[in-house]
Design a protein around this ligand. Structure first.
Ligand code: 5GP
Ligand code: MN
Length: 346
């Protein structure tokens, strides 16, 4: 049995909206990851099973290694189909906002979502959600939005209507937001849920391979290069990797090629903080990704030094300046957090 994490009032409230709704739009954050796509498609499969018209809309492209997911071909990309997306958002009865906590996280789509008269529900696990939805299901203690989607569907009484395809999407989100159940994954109910998803016929081992073992040759070579340039700050239990635009073009970089790189330095003994600086190809900025193990709050560092935020162990931000300046900024942050970093144990 699962604990009743989601408030009954929220379930009842949503069930009421749901009964009457015909058209539902699901939106998720910019640069959608496995949990953004997984939770959105998982919920979409369920809505479709109840004969609702449903459309998933994301601000921009998502990585190729998620394109096997059932229903992913029907995902609408806002930056490519703005007109159609604006109409769907404006005409929706319900808009479900998944895996983000602030309208700024959906970029240009935020204006359309805000302006829509649709009823809005937030289902998310990031800290401090902004107040842009009538129903807020926000649980930072839960490791993925996909898990929350599973819990919501079950609490509404529809476990039996979860299809194998829906279960595959939910499992993918749970798996990717925990690094294949290697962090944020000690809650035993996660494994109860996996048992339930397996009962739908999913092949979890195949899903793992489809997500993690589909590297292109250039991605693997890029990884080798990035790691060969890695800087380790032994005195601070930290490491940093980086990728300039020039290096990206040398390795025929395509979006998603560096997905997950930031986790690799954490496999070094005693390293509790890893930073990945990537020069953006569209905006004049450096995208900062941070990961930590144990109690070190990389979201605090992201907020203080990179105008960002996120979770305790996975956060990010942006830096406007050169790669060298971003590096220096990170080194300043290391100095400032040195006492905490040296006290942190993996
Ligand atoms: P990633 O490193 O995978 O891009 O991001 C990890 C997590 O950090 C995201 O799930 C999100 O919570 C947070 N994050 C990433 N970039 C930003 C940012 O620019 N601003 C804020 N507030 N959070 C971010
Ligand atoms: Mn997530």
């Amino acid at each position: 049995m699962l604990s009743k994490i989601i408030k009954q009032a929220s379930i009842d409230h949503f069930a009421k909206w749901f009964e009457r709704a015909e058209q539902i739009v699901i939106v998720s954050h910019v640069s959608p990851d496995g949990d953004a796509v997984g939770s959105s498609l998982g919920l979409a499969h369920f809505f479709a099973s109840q004969d609702k018209q449903v459309r998933v809309i994301v601000p921009n492209a998502f990585p190729d290694f998620l394109k096997w997911m059932p229903g992913s071909k029907d995902i609408l990309q806002y930056d490519r189909h703005k007109k159609l997306a604006d109409r769907l958002i404006a005409e929706a009865d319900i808009i479900c906002c998944l895996d983000f906590n602030a309208l700024s996280r959906i970029d240009a789509m935020g204006t359309a979502v805000q302006a829509s008269p649709a009823r809005k529900i937030l289902i998310d696990h990031h800290l401090n959600p902004e107040d842009f939805c009538k129903i807020i299901i926000s649980h930072p203690e839960i490791s993925s939005t996909s898990e929350l989607v599973f819990r919501l569907i079950c609490r509404m009484g529809y476990f039996d209507d979860i299809s194998k395809e829906g279960a595959e999407c939910i499992y993918t989100g749970m798996m990717t937001d925990t690094g294949g159940f290697t962090y944020n994954s000690n809650d035993r109910e996660i494994y109860f849920i996996i048992g339930e998803l397996l009962s739908k016929g999913i092949d979890k081992d195949a899903i793992y391979r489809k997500v993690y073992n589909t590297y292109s040759e250039s991605r693997l070579r890029l990884m080798g290069y990035v790691l060969s340039q890695m800087k380790v700050y032994s005195a601070c239990n930290a490491a940093m990797i980086s990728l300039t635009k020039k290096e990206q073009s040398n390795f025929h970089y395509i979006r998603g090629d560096s997905e997950g790189f930031v986790n690799i330095p954490l496999s070094i003994k005693n390293v509790v903080l890893s930073c990945f600086l990537r020069e953006d190809t569209e905006k004049p900025m450096i995208k900062v990704s941070l990961r930590s193990v144990g109690s070190f709050p990389c979201n605090k560092l992201a907020a203080e030094f990179f105008n960002g935020g996120g979770h305790l162990n996975a956060s990010g931000g942006e830096f406007y300046g050169t790669m060298e300046e971003a590096r220096q900024r990170f080194e300043q942050a290391l100095e400032s957090y040195k006492p905490l970093l040296t006290a942190s144990k993996a």
